[in-house]
Design a protein around this ligand. Structure first.
Ligand code: ATP
Length: 253
């Protein structure tokens, strides 16, 4: 029993019975789910279901009142602060893009690469060939090679979102949490984002929260539907979207 408490086999992210209340309101109510290494997971659910709170718990912004949160099978995230958790390899992309508008796409990525090194590393830092290769690789992944010399300000909304995903990739997270990436994107950008996230999930795990059901369908991965702070249904998009509880609480609204 005690072994089970400290080792969660074959999980990159493990939540069990996580609850948190704000002024007596249960934002999370015994939330449990597991993300495997290399998995891309989609999270859906109505407004107020607890999706943002769930990400706040994983990243150490909010502490659960009860429940277990483990990273990589053994690391108890409830004992770590936000900086520790980022350092452990959990990256979070908020809904609004926050790229440096007066810097070029390339410089944004270079800055993100430097951030990983910390102050001391940056002091004696000169861009190595290896770093340049990594930036080129990230540019290709986030579809911005042709825009590398353009200022952040001149990118489309979708391209800003991709650049920010690229900036997170520069920090080599093992787990990437992405909040509503396609809100405000064109249809073409939305379709491309599904492909892009699938590519990214070949080398790390990704958890993506979205309301856009067409996009979720394009992802073609396991879906977890939250409602009232816990899991309502989980499985393929067809399974989840045909669940009467999901229709009643979310899709049919
Ligand atoms: N810091 C807080 N203080 C008080 N209430 C909060 C706090 N954070 C979240 N809540 C409440 O908890 C509930 C869950 O909110 P949460 O933002 O996690 O839902 P969500 O699924 O992300 O919704 P949305 O799709 O609208 O982003 C909401 O009713 C919200 O008002």
């Amino acid at each position: 029993m005690s072994d089970m408490k400290t080792y969660k086999p074959n999980s990159l992210l493990y939540l069990d019975g996580v609850s948190v209340s704000f002024d007596g309101f249960k934002a999370l109510n015994s939330l449990s789910f597991v993300v495997e290494p290399g998995e891309l997971r989609a999270i859906i659910g109505p407004n107020g279901a607890g999706k943002t709170t769930m990400m706040d718990i994983i990243t150490g912004k909010t502490r659960p009142d009860s429940g277990e949160v483990f990273f990589n099978g053994t690391v108890d995230l409830t004992t770590k602060d936000e900086a520790d958790i980022a350092q452990l390899g959990i990256g979070r992309k908020f809904q609004k893009p926050t790229v440096f508008e007066s810097h070029t796409v390339w410089d944004n990525l270079e800055l993100a690469l430097n951030r990983k090194r910390g102050v001391f590393g940056t002091l004696f830092y000169k861009l190595s060939g290896e770093d340049k290769d990594r930036i080129e690789e990230i540019l290709a992944t986030v579809r911005l090679t042709h825009r590398k010399d353009d200022f952040g300000a001149n990118l489309s909304h979708g391209q800003k979102q991709w650049l920010e995903i690229g900036m997170l990739l520069a920090q080599e997270p093992q787990l990437l949490l992405v909040d509503e990436p396609v809100a405000g994107m064109t249809d073409a950008e939305t379709a491309e984002t599904a492909i892009l996230l699938r590519e990214i999930a070949k080398t790390r795990s990704v958890v993506v929260v979205e309301h856009d059901m067409g996009f979720i369908r394009d992802l073609g991965v396991k879906v977890t539907c939250l409602a009232e702070g816990s899991v309502l249904a989980e499985g393929s998009i067809d399974f989840v979207s045909n669940d009467p509880k999901v229709i009643e609480n979310y899709l049919g609204r």
